[in-house]
Design a protein around this ligand. Structure first.
Ligand SMILES: *Cc1c(COP(=O)(O)O)cnc(C)c1O
Length: 379
């Protein structure tokens, strides 16, 4: 970004973590210093505290801290014994980790198209893809809005197939007043810094109501050793502990999570009203069954790439989540999908654009973003 642009147009970044950090700086820094002095670096008591906190927040019985959101998905699949020759049905419109975790176990991701309004897995497409090899269904609550869980769960239950919610973007989102991560057999969360509840590095968590799954997950994250008996292994797991320092920081931040959701919702509502009369823009559709936490505020825009150039030239951050659906990724050509297989996902990838919506974004900044968009479409 050249100097002149920066001076003429003050920055509106896509995400600015400094605002929320400043808000609780003293408390966070005290926690980090105390943590270092205590030296209980691995599996400290903060992990169980955070697990109880997140389980309570989601309305589930149990939660297990793990190293990342990607590992939350991986360990959930491992807990179901999924591997070679198995299939897991999911959406092609998601972050790569959703499908990548399936592939890492030697199983095959089977994609179904999305609902063009919510961008979530379309339940109407689901039944036709179920085979005798289908071992799990994994809807993703994209951008912070839950998928249609009643329909998905009903179809899964008919065939006795477990449901894994990829709720990495949706901690606190609700569907018919139930929280993300409380509706499937497993709920997978990420504490990557850009998520609504973000750590100071990587982290993740799995929610479940099933005690057997709980015990298995707790074992799998420590190389599958017996409870309280290191170096005696019942299972083949991996090292996927949640870092204690992340748990300590996240415990502090969890108290502020609902305020941050509300700040994002207020920003989203302001965009909704400012952009309502722009015919070339579709603002996010939120189903009446859902309350979104707006991990992203993603519009559909005609001439998206030109619009993005203008935003960039005005020092306004934006991002394309996601530019290429997973069935079109180079590494997945062997799955045999083609352009045209999932028209809704393909179309959304060509028009989607995420705008700044983070807590700490001011009303004035939202107006500047919306104003620039209107200027582009000459309204
Ligand atoms: C962030 C994310 C993940 C992965 O989480 P990490 O903590 O980055 O490993 C998985 N699925 C979705 C939909 C995500 O947004």
């Amino acid at each position: 970004m050249n100097q002149q642009i920066q001076e003429t147009f003050p920055a509106v970044p896509l995400l600015d973590l400094k605002a929320t950090y400043q808000e609780m700086r003293e408390e966070l820094e005290t926690v980090v210093i105390n943590f270092m002095r205590k030296t209980q670096y691995i599996m400290g008591p903060e992990i169980a505290e955070l697990e109880a906190g997140v389980a309570g927040y989601c309305g589930v019985k149990h939660a297990v801290g793990v190293a990342s959101g990607s590992d939350a998905i991986l360990l959930s699949l491992m807990a179901l014994g999924i591997g070679q020759n198995d299939e897991v049905i999911t959406t092609p419109f998601t972050f790569f980790a959703t499908a990548g975790s399936i592939s890492r176990l030697g199983a095959r991701p089977v994609f179904v198209d999305i609902d063009p309004r919510t961008f979530n897995l379309a339940p109407s497409e689901l039944k036709a893809r179920i085979t005798s090899r289908t071992k799990a269904i994994m809807p993703v609550h994209i951008f912070g809005q839950c998928a249609e869980m009643d329909l998905i769960s009903a179809i899964a239950a008919e065939s006795g197939i477990p449901v894994i919610e990829d709720a990495a973007q949706a901690l606190g989102a609700t569907y018919k007043n139930k929280r993300a991560g409380s509706m499937g057999d497993f709920g997978c969360f990420s504490f990557f810094p850009s998520k609504n509840l973000g750590g100071i590095g990587d982290g993740g968590m799995i929610t479940t109501n099933n005690e057997d799954h709980l015990n298995l997950l707790k074992s799998l994250r420590v190389h599958g050793h017996e409870p309280g008996r290191a170096n005696y292994h019942n299972h083949i797991g991996c090292n996927s502990r949640l870092d204690t320092i992340q748990a300590a920081v996240l415990l502090v931040k969890l108290k502020r999570l609902d305020d941050w959701h509300n700040a994002r919702r207020a920003n989203a509502a302001l965009y909704d009203s400012l952009l309502a009369d722009v015919p070339d823009i579709k603002t996010p559709y939120i189903s009446e069954d859902c309350a979104s936490i707006y991990n992203q505020y993603s519009i559909l825009a005609e001439k998206r790439d030109d619009l993005r150039k203008i935003l960039t030239s005005r020092n306004i951050g934006s991002a394309i989540y996601y530019p290429l659906p997973l069935h079109r990724q180079a590494c997945y050509q062997e799955l045999g999908y083609r352009q045209g297989d999932f028209p809704n996902a393909e179309d959304v990838c060509s028009r989607i654009l995420s705008l700044p919506v983070y807590p700490g974004l001011t009303e004035d900044m939202v107006k500047r973003v919306a104003g620039t968009i209107k200027e582009f479409y000459r309204l």
